[in-house]
Each structure stands twice: as C-alpha cells, then as structure tokens.
Design a protein around this ligand. Structure first.
Ligand SMILES: [Zn+2]
Ligand SMILES: [Zn+2]
Length: 113
C-alpha cells in the first residue's frame, strides 16, 4: 500500500463554487478561497474514503517545516483531518481561521456561477 499518491486535479469547490486550478508541486486537496476540502482520502491522495462530506477549517497551526497546517472537521461524519496549506491559498482566509473570525456561511456558493 502506498501511503501517498499524487492526485493533483483541478476541481470546483463543493462549498464556495470557486474553480480551483491544479497545484503542480503537490496534490491539490482544498479550495484556495474558502479552504474547504472534501473528505475523500484515508491516506493523503488515495481518494479511498467514501464519506465525501465537506470538511471546513476549524483551526490553523504553524509548523517550522511545513508552514501552515489547516485543521478540518468533516461536516458529515465529524472526522478531524489536517492538510498542509498551499502556497496560493488566500491569506486573508487563513488569517480569519487563525483569528477565529472565519464564518463558513460567508463563503457558501459565493463564487458559483
Ligand atoms: Zn471554496
Ligand atoms: Zn467525513
């Protein structure tokens, strides 16, 4: 079993509707605008989880090696999950999560056409 699979796809964010481009240097796993992710992995990139609930950021910590670590809770099953922040994540959103002023409903369907 591989523990990490590169699975870098562009996708439309299930929460805000933003068209998220591929990341190129790693697997894209969350939205650059609202930071929402989908509960699709058991191990990073394996897409083996059948939950498919929307995971919303609940906290962010900093790691001297990895940078910002986004902490998620799945809205469907309640599982907790961590993802590394991508270099093109919207910093204003990261700050909001860090300052506990992030309100997911402000982003819901915001970029959907
Ligand atoms: Zn989004
Ligand atoms: Zn889930």
């Amino acid at each position: 079993m591989k523990q990490f699979e590169k699975n870098d796809n562009s996708f439309t964010c299930a929460w805000c509707g933003h068209a998220v481009p591929i990341l190129k240097y790693s697997s894209r796993d969350h939205c650059t605008h609202c930071l929402a992710s989908l509960h699709v992995d058991i191990n990073p990139g394996d897409r083996a989880n059948i939950c498919h609930g929307v995971m919303l950021p609940i906290d962010i910590s900093t790691d001297s090696k990895k940078g910002y670590i986004i902490h998620y809770r799945c809205q469907k099953c309640g599982a907790l999950h961590n993802n590394k922040s991508a270099e093109d994540d919207k910093f204003a959103t990261i700050l909001k999560v860090m300052n506990k002023t992030y309100t997911p409903l402000d982003y819901k369907d915001k970029y959907r056409k």
